[in-house]
Design a binder for this molecule. Structure first.
Ligand SMILES: CC(C)(COP(=O)(O)OP(=O)(O)OC[C@H]1O[C@@H](n2cnc3c(N)ncnc32)[C@H](O)[C@@H]1OP(=O)(O)O)[C@@H](O)C(=O)NCCC(=O)NCCS
Length: 153
């Protein structure tokens, strides 16, 4: 099991990128899917921290956060369907947040569909607190929950 953060510092292979896209496609509805160009943008940008979990030399999950001074926002997290419910989401997010603290980041925010109970449970387990609800936030009119975790004082 290996976790890589800030992939531009490592040798991201074409296979890694394809696996990241595949996991994204498996897990998100059409409107929220990203393609290889989108991922390359985030991976290469200095304002994003992109973390990848690899097992047996294959990517099994990824997540990324936007950082702005002491604040950060989790943009996406996904685990390959074959590896869900095994604790890998918790492992990946926990390590990702620890890595963020190396950049003096003090808070991480996120927005999640209020009906995504699995993700909300994961965030609560990690220590995120609910701070707001955005009504009718998504194109299908479902609400978004805004959550925050304090990483450092
Ligand atoms: C959300 C997601 C990242 C969680 O990853 P995972 O590896 O499956 O989660 P874990 O096995 O680490 O479980 C973490 C916690 O989530 C909760 N959880 C797991 N499976 C669940 C389920 N079927 N229903 C409700 N809660 C669940 C549990 O609280 C669990 O903690 P516990 O095992 O200590 O009880 C993953 O399911 C996923 O990729 N989902 C699709 C993409 C997505 O919705 N991303 C979030 C929005 S960007």
């Amino acid at each position: 099991m290996v976790i890589f953060s800030n992939l531009s510092a490592f040798n991201l292979t074409k296979k890694d990128l394809e696996e990241i896209c595949l996991i994204d496609n498996q897990n998100f509805d059409f409107f929220y899917r990203w393609d290889k160009q989108d991922f390359l943008f985030y991976i290469l940008s200095k304002n994003y921290i992109f973390s990848v979990l690899k097992y047996n030399n294959s990517v099994i999950g990824f997540c990324l956060s936007f950082i702005s001074n002491v604040e950060s926002e989790l943009y996406k997290i996904a685990i390959s369907k074959d590896y869900q419910n095994l604790g890998f989401g918790k492992l990946l997010l926990g390590l990702h947040l620890t890595y963020l603290t190396l950049f003096e980041v003090k808070q991480n925010y996120l927005e999640v569909n209020i009906n995504n109970h699995k993700a909300i449970n994961l965030y609560k387990k990690i220590g995120y607190k609910e701070i707001n609800i955005r009504k009718n936030y998504y194109f299908n009119k479902e609400d978004a929950l805004i959550m925050k975790i304090q990483l450092k004082k």
